[in-house]
Ligand binder design. Structure first.
Ligand SMILES: [Zn+2]
Ligand SMILES: [Zn+2]
Length: 166
């Protein structure tokens, strides 16, 4: 667990986005934004609901989904799909804005890493194709160290790229 960064400047930015869109800045929308901006994790809707509830806030799933949709549209939050059957949400302007993900297929642990090599590959491949890159996304699926040490095995199917199997 990382520390909880100060979420208030980002909640204010989100409020500004809502007003620019002519949308009401509701307490519920701000509460969902606060949870996402206050976390360094990749949160599912269930997890966001749990954090809100432990704060004594009972906000329905539909309202949370709608708030997340607006957060993604504001470009302050990234929507991630790690092939778990549901989406996760991450603060895009966190301490490490550009990072890649290692995703454990057994315990769903997500590890972040940064790599100069990946940036070099992005530049090299883009140049080769006359392409002007703005961003990239790399997700590596497999078994985390803890699961490997615990002797977990995954079937070869479980280790194939979900893009190829869908
Ligand atoms: Zn694991
Ligand atoms: Zn991340």
């Amino acid at each position: 667990m990382k520390g909880r960064p100060d979420s208030s400047p980002f909640v204010r930015l989100f409020g500004r986005f809502l007003r620019e869109q002519g949308l009401p800045v509701t307490h519920q929308r701000e509460a969902v934004a606060e949870v996402v901006f206050g976390s360094g994790e990749h949160l599912s809707v269930d997890e966001i609901e749990r954090v809100l509830r432990s704060d004594g806030q009972h906000i329905g799933k539909a309202t949370i989904y709608r708030a997340l949709d607006l957060l993604v549209r504001s470009k302050l939050v990234a929507e991630l799909d790690f092939g778990e059957g549901f989406k996760r949400y991450e603060h895009r302007l966190s301490a490490d804005p550009i990072h890649e993900h290692l995703i454990c297929l057994n315990c769903n642990a997500v590890t972040e890493f940064q790599s100069d090599e990946v940036h070099r590959i992005e530049a090299m491949v883009s140049a080769r194709h006359g392409f002007r890159p703005t961003r990239h996304k790399l997700e590596i699926y497999g078994l985390c160290q803890e699961c490997t040490v615990a002797g977990v095995e995954v079937t070869p199917e479980g280790l194939t790229c979900p893009i190829e199997t869908v």
